[in-house]
Design a protein around this ligand. Structure first.
Ligand code: SAM
Length: 403
């Protein structure tokens, strides 16, 4: 890709702006992407360094403090009146001089505002006050950021070699001085597991879901042809579904769907599901502890859905996870649905490359291209039927079946 001129980017921005006004899918993401391109085209090196290495790290550190002192919640709850520096200092317990320096930076970064002698939340900071985003900030700051900060030393020590795939000696283990796999470390180091689970349930919030209209044709591919006489009577199994955010959305979107929906995850995740939130109404899901490195216990379901599962694992273990599904699949009926990033070689998106680096940092694995997805599925005895995408959404829906 050649470097676009400022005038070309401005033309692209104008076009994306029109699309945004028409509420076209993907237009908002295109506007953000072109705005980033504009900054990259305009910034001088001194500005680039100041933004990347002072302004943004300082902002994320201040936001992590904001979680501890409930800054965004206080500003949200203060509404239009806002809070004066002294009132905010009293409520947060942060010395007023320090508080003003920290919050001034957030004003300069457009995250909060200051007018009429008071600090005010913005739509963005008000939303960040929700529990799932607060936990996500803690996860990203406490767990992910040390892994990235450790990249230069880690890769210098490995003479710039990729860590062996799936290694338990990657940037994450080195940064956190642990021999544990990421998922085991989360369990062993409270409260990182609930922070991570919140992060998983929140980081795609607001994006189109695989089962939204115009993405994967659920009615045609899953509901039509559902075998009401099958012994299993299961429509969908969400394998490694975390707290069940995906199956909850699915059940809401298709309240009259046939068959049962089952959520599976590791025992500690299932055990931590809030009992009061456990759905009992028809159309909701049932939860089941299941280790996906063991054979799939639910046979003959219409679909087995794996969202951001295989990208956590190297090819050998990914193939193992898929092979554990194979005996449960009914030929010509059961579908395997992988909701995963498919990396474009020509135009990788920021969402795809950021996630690829998260994978490198925490699991020593990678996001896959379409060819790599076909290969790993083929190695497990499956074939790709079709890959569905949606504008502005990082993850595709790969529909597969027995080869
Ligand atoms: C990246 S998260 C994806 C969660 C959810 N599918 C989503 O996309 O939001 C990976 C999930 O795999 C689960 N997991 C990890 N190892 C597992 C295992 N051996 N068996 C079952 N689930 C596992 C984790 O607990 C976590 O919920």
């Amino acid at each position: 890709m050649t470097n676009p001129s400022v005038s070309t980017i401005l033309e692209d921005l104008a076009a994306a702006g029109k699309a945004y006004d028409q509420a076209e899918p993907g237009a908002r993401e295109a506007l953000i992407d072109r705005s980033r391109a504009l900054v990259a085209a305009l910034e001088m090196p001194s500005e680039f360094i100041q933004r990347s290495f002072w302004a943004e790290p300082a902002m994320s550190a201040i936001i992590r403090i904001a979680v501890d002192v409930k800054l965004f919640q206080l500003l949200r709850d203060a509404g239009e009146a806002g809070l004066s520096p002294s009132a905010l200092a009293a409520k947060t317990g942060v010395d007023v001089v320090l508080l003003q320096r920290l919050t001034r930076h957030l004003v300069a970064m457009y995250l909060i505002s200051f007018h009429h002698g008071a600090f005010h939340g913005t739509p963005l900071s008000d939303q960040l006050a929700a529990d799932n985003y607060q936990d996500s900030i803690s996860f990203c700051y406490d767990t992910a950021r040390p892994s990235f900060n450790n990249f230069p030393t880690f890769f210098q020590n490995t003479h710039y070699q990729s860590p062996p795939v799936g290694s338990l000696n990657g940037p994450f283990q080195s940064a956190h001085r642990t021999p544990l796999h990421f998922f085991d470390w989360l369990v062993a180091n409270p409260p990182n597991l609930p922070h991570f689970d919140s992060f998983m349930s929140a980081y795609r919030a607001g994006k189109a879901n695989w089962c939204d209209r115009g993405f994967y044709p659920v009615a045609d591919r899953l509901i039509a042809g559902f075998d009401t006489t099958s012994a299993a009577g299961v429509l969908l199994v969400d394998v490694g579904g975390g707290r069940g955010h995906d199956v909850t959305i699915f059940a809401q979107q298709y309240p009259t769907h046939p068959g049962r929906i089952i959520l599976q995850d590791r025992e500690p995740v299932i055990a931590a599901l809030d009992a009061s939130a456990a759905p009992t109404t028809p159309g909701a899901f049932t939860a089941q502890a299941h280790d996906f490195f063991t054979p799939q216990p639910v046979a003959g379901a219409r679909a087995y859905y794996l969202h951001s599962i295989l990208h956590d694992w190297d090819d050998d273990r990914g193939i193992q996870i898929l092979r554990n599904l194979v005996p449960a699949l009914r030929r010509g009926y059961s579908r395997v649905l992988l909701n995963e990033i498919v990396v474009s070689e020509e135009r990788p998106t920021l969402a795809a490359t950021s996630m690829d680096l998260m994978m490198l940092a925490h699991f020593a694995v990678r996001e896959r291209t379409a060819a790599e997805w076909r290969a790993i599925l083929a190695a497990a005895g499956l074939r790709v039927v079709q890959i569905y995408t949606y504008p502005g959404v990082a993850e595709s829906l790969i529909e597969a079946e027995l080869a």
